[in-house]
Design a protein around this ligand. Structure first.
Ligand code: T3D
Length: 265
């Protein structure tokens, strides 16, 4: 791969913005340049009405090996780097963008997902993984703590016992176990992964975008709301959804016994 190849490939087709992490020789380990490119892609998804779903994946045999450790070589330090600043500047904005984007984000984990690479995948809304892929909370191997939202996401998805074991041992978790535990949506055959993820993203991109975005907001809010607060939120979001053109189209299509033609408005 040439040194000036884009670190994130970007392609918009049929409403799906595909973002492909593109440093395959480093298992798509993250550099500052790559963070900025990924963030620009996610920001585009926020800003452009033509984008109605995002598909995140990796080039080559890995999805993402987390922080590029070549950029953290202690033999070159005069003093240790401020990793808090790295999270503040690079990792946290990306996770916040994924979670706040009111459009579905599908992740196709094509191979190993390690460290922040695993947790970026797990921040996405629908995660499919190749059967050969594995998730590694690699932080414990180098004396760090799970970041990119992992310490929040893991216990919520799989419970404290499994979250702690994964994070404390850094044992690789095969995609099929991740599916069985409810960490991801589906493990699929390697050869079928991209087609299936693309089809999923395309189906979502043809859906009632605002209703899907509000659904995402509601489910995420449930992580911290009590039932009364959540019922109030559902009332407010349903009021908003009920005023969309897609709601009117969905009901009309049902009554006319035809498929709906959603426009995302
Ligand atoms: O620093 C901050 O800003 C704070 C934030 C931190 C967030 C984090 O993500 S910390 C965690 C960083 N990631 C890791 O610790 C994972 C390191 N990688 C691995 O443990 C293994 O590579 C994998 C389990 C991911 C895959 O193992 P395997 O055996 O399939 O592949 P490999 O042979 O280890 O890796 C292939 C190549 O990719 C290899 O290079 P080479 O020998 O062919 O020239 C390897 O060095 C390179 N590579 C893999 N991961 C990284 C990497 N190069 C730089 N950084 C990496 N993270």
């Amino acid at each position: 791969m040439s040194a000036d190849a884009p670190t994130v490939l970007v392609d918009l087709s049929q409403g799906v913005l595909r973002l492909t992490l593109n440093r395959p020789d480093r298992l798509n380990a993250l550099t500052e340049d790559m963070h900025l490119a990924l963030r620009a892609g996610l920001q585009r998804a926020h800003d452009e009405d033509a984008v109605r779903a995002v598909l995140l994946t990796g080039a080559g045999r890995g999805f993402c090996a987390g922080q590029d450790l070549g950029n953290r070589d202690p033999r070159n330090w005069t003093e240790p780097p401020d990793l808090g600043q790295s999270l503040e500047r690079f990792y946290n904005p990306t996770i916040r963008l994924i979670r706040r984007l009111e459009k579905p984000v599908v992740c196709a984990v094509n191979g190993v997902a390690a460290g922040a690479g695993a947790n970026i995948a797990l921040a996405c809304d629908i995660v499919l993984a190749a059967r050969s892929a594995r998730f590694v909370e690699a932080f414990a191997k180098i004396g760090l703590v799970p970041d990119a939202g992992g310490s929040w996401t893991l216990p919520r998805l799989i419970g404290e016992a499994r979250a702690k074991a994964l994070a404390l041992t850094a044992e690789p978790l095969p995609a099929e176990t991740a599916e069985r535990w409810g960490l991801i949506w589906k493990a699929v055959d390697d050869a079928a992964l991209l087609d299936e993820a693309q089809a999923t993203a395309q189906r979502l991109a043809a859906g009632p975008t605002r209703g899907l975005g509000l659904t995402k907001r509601a489910i995420q809010a449930a992580a911290t709301n009590d039932l009364d607060t959540q019922l109030d939120l559902e009332r407010d979001l349903q009021r908003e959804a009920g005023r969309t053109a897609d709601y009117a189209e969905g009901v009309t299509a049902f009554l006319e016994k035809r498929p709906p033609r959603f426009t995302g408005r």
